[in-house]
Design a protein around this ligand. Structure first.
Ligand SMILES: *[C@@H]1O[C@H](CO)[C@@H](O)[C@H](O)[C@H]1NC(C)=O
Ligand SMILES: *[C@@H]1O[C@H](CO)[C@@H](O)[C@H](O)[C@H]1NC(C)=O
Ligand SMILES: *[C@@H]1O[C@H](CO)[C@@H](O)[C@H](O)[C@H]1NC(C)=O
Ligand SMILES: *[C@@H]1O[C@H](CO)[C@@H](O)[C@H](O)[C@H]1NC(C)=O
Ligand SMILES: *[C@@H]1O[C@H](CO)[C@@H](O)[C@H](O)[C@H]1NC(C)=O
Ligand SMILES: *[C@@H]1O[C@H](CO)[C@@H](O)[C@H](O)[C@H]1NC(C)=O
Ligand SMILES: *[C@@H]1O[C@H](CO)[C@@H](O)[C@H](O)[C@H]1NC(C)=O
Ligand SMILES: *[C@@H]1O[C@H](CO)[C@@H](O)[C@H](O)[C@H]1NC(C)=O
Ligand SMILES: *[C@@H]1O[C@H](CO)[C@@H](O)[C@H](O)[C@H]1NC(C)=O
Ligand SMILES: *[C@@H]1O[C@H](CO)[C@@H](O)[C@H](O)[C@H]1NC(C)=O
Ligand SMILES: *[C@@H]1O[C@H](CO)[C@@H](O)[C@H](O)[C@H]1NC(C)=O
Ligand SMILES: *[C@@H]1O[C@H](CO)[C@@H](O)[C@H](O)[C@H]1NC(C)=O
Length: 744
């Protein structure tokens, strides 16, 4: 064939071909390369047993898994996602023809060998998603030909890598490591860098300055890095910028008109910062904008009307600012919109009718504003709508709202809490849609009426919250037969009669079933609730709701059904403030996931079953103001409960002949905060340990138990596992939120 003379053109072509995964015809490889590959594999734990086809008896290393060759030299090694454990052998630096090295998605640890940087042809290096640590090995003359470096999701520390001699560097992703110090932008931007991802490291100092040097930059992400100060003006000179993400920092100051200079911008995320002042009405020039997230800042003024000039917009998130005035965006010009979240502002007026042109809209959150008017017929046009949250506004006419919304075939979440000015009645008929509904929340509306029969047709219902209304009548038997229901809050109503027997057979609380999951919007606050540490927890996905039966503050009578013991997945059982009688069934001790049991203010008698001490996740327990007798169980979580959890039971005692509740000396001596174990004069150490355990449980159970909960909710499906982790990361980040008393 062409042979010698076309060696260089061939080389070039082969480099290109190789990225398409083509193999060279020559199966036997260079002996040095063979040697290097063998020592690479032998430095892995379990002798790299996962590397199928790698072995000393086979010299055709060019046909080994993940190896690609050119003219007998190894030029590519792609062992991504191969469950490799162990360190990266320094022999890798013998592969001096290597152009691409991809070891992403393994469990490699330790520091990568310094020799890596001497590979003079290396262009693409992907070590992401491992457990590599130490300093990243770079030197002044290291990686001369490097173009793409991805070391994200490792544990590297020290200064971030720079590649002073590399004139072709275009992509550097070092996110999710522990790099510290400043960002050395001067050195990086000598090369025509296009994408810099620096999120989630430990940088300090004025890390945003100097990026204007990177004239070719199209993507800049520095999320969650403690950045302070204003957006520096030289940033706006990067005219090619397409993606700018600086979320979750401490940036402040105004958003200037200059933002309008990013004419190529597609994605901008400045959420979770401290930007203040008005949102400049400068979107007119951002014709390519698809994603805008400015949520959780201190922005004021009106919604910028010029957003109407961004025809590509898919996501607008302005939640949790102080925006006011009417919604003046012309939605007829935004046909691609799928998310509009302007919740938690001070917007007023009606929902603009032209929003109904956004037929692709999937998520609409206008909750916690001052909007009013009716849900008009035209809502029927929102055929794609899946999540609708309009809570805490002044909307009226629930009957007509439900009659309209039932026509939305994909509606899975509806939150209408705190509307309707009180005084409306939950309609009993005229509704039979809502077939896809999973989360139905209609709390705190002072509604009268009964649980309507049409709820029966919500066959996919998973969470139901009708709390804080004035609903009466019996809790219907069929409610317990809804297969997927696992969160029920009917508290603070006027429900009467006995607990329906069907609640003891609720499938959603006996086994978990996540088959009906849909991907949720990241960062959509579906549900916010205080935990026992009084912090607001944001749940972005229905599967992170704690499985609950909350029926407190009603007029329920009869026994605490022993069959509730079947509900092994239940986390919260709250039956307080009713007129329940009989004893506390022993069977409750089989609800092994139970975290909270509240039976306060009922007429329960008998003793507290000793077996409840087996409930290791129980962090909240309240049987105060009943007619209980006998001894308080010792051990388990009981050592962490306080006097307050038992008061008002005259016959309840700490030990034989010991102090009893209702007897004078006992009540005087305690302030209600001592733990029971303290009163039992256990040793100091035990108390400390018990208390610490209790405290830990109270404050951290949500995390641990939820991680563990995730196992059964979501183990089936890795995808949802990941989604869950994402959600939890967010939840953790947001645990500082204090929500007012509003029930969602
Ligand atoms: C195949 O590889 C061997 C070992 O590197 C080399 O000696 C030989 O020239 C190669 N043959 C071809 C056709 O490239
Ligand atoms: C490799 O060769 C050695 C000696 O020739 C032999 O004992 C061994 O079984 C061979 N291994 C494999 C995997 O073929
Ligand atoms: C490395 O491999 C992973 C998994 O196959 C792939 O997603 C990633 O794009 C590769 N990295 C590079 C830089 O091509
Ligand atoms: C990694 O491998 C697993 C199992 O073989 C597979 O399910 C997953 O999709 C792979 N991930 C990537 C990024 O290739
Ligand atoms: C950088 O890229 C150019 C153009 O692709 C190429 O000619 C040059 O050799 C590369 N530089 C290095 C050091 O690889
Ligand atoms: C780097 O790798 C991570 C994990 O494999 C991946 O999510 C990310 O997109 C990669 N970065 C770039 C710039 O491709
Ligand atoms: C932004 O654009 C305006 C007008 O096009 C120009 O006057 C201004 O200098 C630009 N700002 C920056 C920081 O480049
Ligand atoms: C709302 O934004 C403020 C200001 O940025 C922030 O402090 C608060 O945590 C945010 N609240 C929520 C619920 O995100
Ligand atoms: C609610 O709307 C329906 C139909 O649009 C209407 O007939 C009814 O009178 C309205 N109810 C109230 C209280 O305004
Ligand atoms: C999960 O739900 C689906 C449909 O709702 C049902 O067919 C399936 O039997 C359920 N599986 C379990 C284990 O309950
Ligand atoms: C039990 O519920 C009542 C209200 O229903 C509440 O006041 C009390 O604090 C709860 N007990 C505990 C220990 O949280
Ligand atoms: C409490 O129980 C005792 C006997 O166990 C009974 O005599 C008394 O009437 C009960 N009190 C209440 C308020 O139910």
């Amino acid at each position: 064939m062409g042979g010698y003379y076309c060696l260089f053109p061939c080389l070039l072509v082969c480099f290109l071909l190789h990225t398409l995964g083509s193999h060279s015809l020559n199966q036997t490889c260079n002996p040095t390369d063979l040697e290097a590959l063998l020592s690479f594999s032998s430095s892995l734990d379990r002798k790299g047993s996962r590397l199928v086809g790698w072995g000393p008896n086979d010299t055709a290393c060019c046909s080994w898994t993940g190896v690609s060759c050119d003219l007998g030299r190894v030029v590519g090694l792609d062992l991504s996602n191969k469950s490799l454990h162990g360190g990266i052998s320094s022999a890798i630096s013998l592969l001096d023809g290597l152009v691409t090295l991809n070891l992403s998605g393994n469990s490699l640890h330790g520091q990568p060998p310094v020799g890596l940087g001497r590979l003079a042809r290396m262009r693409i290096l992907d070590l992401s998603m491992n457990m590599l640590s130490g300093a990243f090995p770079t030197s002044e003359h290291g990686f001369p030909a490097i173009e793409v470096v991805n070391v994200s999701f490792n544990q590297f520390k020290g200064p971030h890598p720079v590649f002073p001699g590399a004139m072709n560097l275009t992509v550097l992703d070092i996110s999710s490591n522990a790099f510290s110090g400043g960002i050395n932008i001067m050195v990086l931007c000598v090369a025509p860098v296009k994408a810099l991802r620096f999120s989630r490291n430990k940088f300090t100092g004025q890390v945003l300055t100097g990026f204007g040097q990177c004239k070719m930059l199209t993507e800049l992400s520095i999320d969650s890095s403690g950045l302070t100060g204003n957006l520096p003006s030289d940033l706006y000179t990067i005219s090619e910028l397409r993606r700018l993400s600086l979320r979750d920092n401490l940036l402040s100051g105004n958003l200037g008109e200059n933002l309008g200079n990013f004419s190529q911008l597609i994605h901008i995320d400045l959420s979770y910062n401290m930007f203040r002042g008005i949102i400049p009405d400068m979107f007119g020039g951002l014709r390519r904008l698809e994603f805008l997230n400015l949520c959780s800042n201190l922005l004021t003024g009106t919604l910028p009307a010029s957003l109407s000039s961004c025809p590509m917009l898919r996501v607008i998130n302005l939640r949790n600012n102080s925006l006011s005035g009417k919604i003046t965006i012309d939605f007829r010009l935004l046909p691609r919109l799928i998310v509009l979240d302007a919740g938690a502002n001070m917007l007023s007026g009606p929902i603009p009718p032209d929003l109904m042109w956004c037929t692709e809209l999937r998520t609409l959150n206008l909750g916690k504003n001052m909007l009013d008017g009716d849900i008009t017929e035209s809502f029927k046009n929102l055929r794609s709508l899946s999540h609708l949250s309009l809570d805490r506004n002044g909307f009226t006419n629930l009957s007509s709202a439900l009659r309209v919304l039932q026509h939305l075939p994909k509606l899975t979440t509806l939150v209408l809490t705190k509307n309707f000015h009180g005084g409306e009645t939950l309609p009993m008929d005229g509704i039979n849609g809502f077939k896809s509904m999973q989360v139905f929340v209609l709390a705190n509306c002072a509604l009268s009426g009964m649980i309507p029969p049409w709820l029966k047709s919500m066959e996919s219902l998973r969470a139901l919250d009708l709390s804080w209304n004035k609903l009466n009548g019996k809790i219907p038997l069929w409610l317990g037969n809804l297969n997927d229901l696992f969160y029920v809050d009917l508290s603070n109503n006027l429900f009467s009669g006995e607990l329906p027997e069907s609640f003891t057979q609720m499938k959603g609380l006996i086994s978990s079933n996540s088959s009906s999951e849909h991907a949720s919007m990241e960062d959509f606050p579906l549900f916010i609730k205080k935990n026992s540490c009084n912090k607001g927890l944001q749940y972005n996905h229905v599967s992170s709701f704690p499985p609950s039966l909350i029926l407190s503050n009603n007029l329920l009578v009869g026994p605490v059904l022993w069959g509730l013991g079947n509900l092994v997945k239940l986390h919260v059982l709250d039956l307080g403030w009713n007129n329940l009688s009989g004893s506390i069934p022993d069977e409750l001790s089989t609800i092994s996931s139970l975290e909270e049991l509240n039976l306060t203010h009922n007429g329960l008698s008998g003793s507290i079953p000793e077996s409840l001490a087996k409930l290791t996740f129980l962090s909240t327990f309240d049987v105060s103001y009943n007619n209980l007798t006998g001894l308080i169980p010792a051990g388990g979580q009981f050592s962490t409960f306080t006097n307050e959890n038992f008061v008002g039971n005259a016959g309840l005692c700490l030990r034989w002949n010991g102090p009893c509740f209702g007897k004078a000396p006992f009540e005087e001596g305690s302030d209600g905060t001592d733990t029971i174990s303290a009163m039992l004069t256990m040793t100091y150490i035990t108390v400390e340990v018990g208390f610490a355990f209790g405290l830990l449980t109270v404050c951290n159970i949500l995390f641990f138990a939820r991680a563990w909960r995730a196992a059964y909710f979501l183990a089936v499906d890795r995808f949802f596992d990941k989604l869950y982790v994402m959600t939890m990361v967010k939840v953790n980040k947001l645990t500082r939120i204090w929500e007012d008393k509003d029930h969602l």
